[in-house]
Ligand binder design. Structure first.
Ligand code: PSU
Ligand code: MN
Length: 307
């Protein structure tokens, strides 16, 4: 556990694990409040925590509750957060704002990385990261998640960049910022709902031990910043790329027609895609988050074991 000057509210389970040096996996909360509808969001959040526990690590869901930065939520707090429709979507810019003003907010990938680093947690599981949006050359919509990956030393396990984004541009930005993008067990970068993106992954590793070794080598060389692990959604749960592309085009058209912008873009597109696919995208989203939680737990254990 770090001696961070900033006061953090730990769940009992996370505090004990960090004090003992046991493996801990951070989890974001924007996916709960802005990424999935109630009550499936709560089932997803609880299920993901249990996968991490069953694998031998401890889950730390991160959120700001009444101005307290929580590292690990007790079940009652998780339940309450999942039902709140007024939670802020908190990224790097908003995290200290939510704390300073006593608000309740759900952390994005960027804010969860910051909180994990403050708590001394090195591995984090999510669904998909934010990235460079299609049309970013005119609207400049690039997620703060990419900048955070560049500067904060946390391993982020995701299922690739969401196909609603411009994946080639997202990869270019990550390359510029020196963020390793490692696909787990495949040569091709996955695209969230689909196992394929048509793009070759910059790097590939096939075991949690190899990922841990790579991260330890980066640290030993004094190279800070995050690492992105792209974990393809299991075959049985994927929505093939060709099929997804039409749904995404439809959702993007609806966003354009409504003039959706800024922080609302990602939640809007996810909810439109949910409607268009009649719920199937949600099943896939849940399956891939569960799959990522398991791999993240294995990586956290490999890091703890290797000393
Ligand atoms: N992936 C999901 N659901 C989500 C998100 C990602 O399946 O809700 C969230 C994550 O919290 C991510 C955020 O950090 O969307 C990115 O938002 P933006 O593009 O506004 O930075
Ligand atoms: Mn954005």
């Amino acid at each position: 556990m770090t001696d961070a000057a900033f006061p953090l509210s730990f769940s009992a389970e996370v505090r004990a694990a960090l004090e003992a040096g046991n493996p801990v996996v951070a989890l974001e909360s924007t996916i709960i409040t802005h990424g999935m509808p109630w009550p499936g969001n709560l089932d997803m959040a609880r299920g993901v925590e249990d996968i991490i526990r069953n694998a031998g690590a401890v889950p730390a869901t991160i959120a700001v509750i009444d101005g307290q930065l929580n590292i690990g939520l007790e079940d009652e707090a998780l339940n309450a957060l999942a039902q709140r429709s007024d939670a802020m979507k908190v990224s790097r810019a908003d995290l200290p704002f939510a704390v300073a003003t006593g608000r309740t907010g759900a952390t994005t990938v960027a804010a969860t990385m910051i909180a994990a680093a403050l708590a001394g947690i090195g591995v984090f599981a999510t669904g998909g990261i934010g990235g460079v949006h299609r049309g970013a050359e005119t609207d400049f919509d690039i997620s703060a998640d990419l900048e955070e990956l560049a500067r904060t030393s946390v391993i982020v396990v995701c299922a690739g960049a969401k196909a609603i984004l411009d994946i080639p541009k997202t990869l270019e930005v990550l390359e510029t910022k020196g963020v390793p993008v490692v696909t787990y067990g495949a040569d091709e970068l996955p695209a969230f709902w689909s196992r394929t993106s048509g793009l070759r992954s910059p790097l590939r590793l096939d075991s949690a031990d190899d990922i841990a070794r790579f991260q330890k080598t980066r640290t030993a060389m004094g190279i800070d910043g995050g690492m992105l692990i792209a974990n393809p959604v299991p075959q049985n749960d994927e929505i093939p790329r060709g099929e997804m592309e039409a749904h995404i085009a439809e959702a993007l058209e609806r966003a354009r027609a409504k003039g959706v912008s800024g922080k609302e873009v990602t939640p809007f597109l996810l909810s439109e895609i949910l409607t268009i696919t009649k719920g199937r995208s949600l099943d896939t989203n849940i399956a891939l988050v569960r799959n990522n939680a398991l791999l993240a737990a294995q990586i956290a254990m490999a890091l703890a074991k290797a000393g």
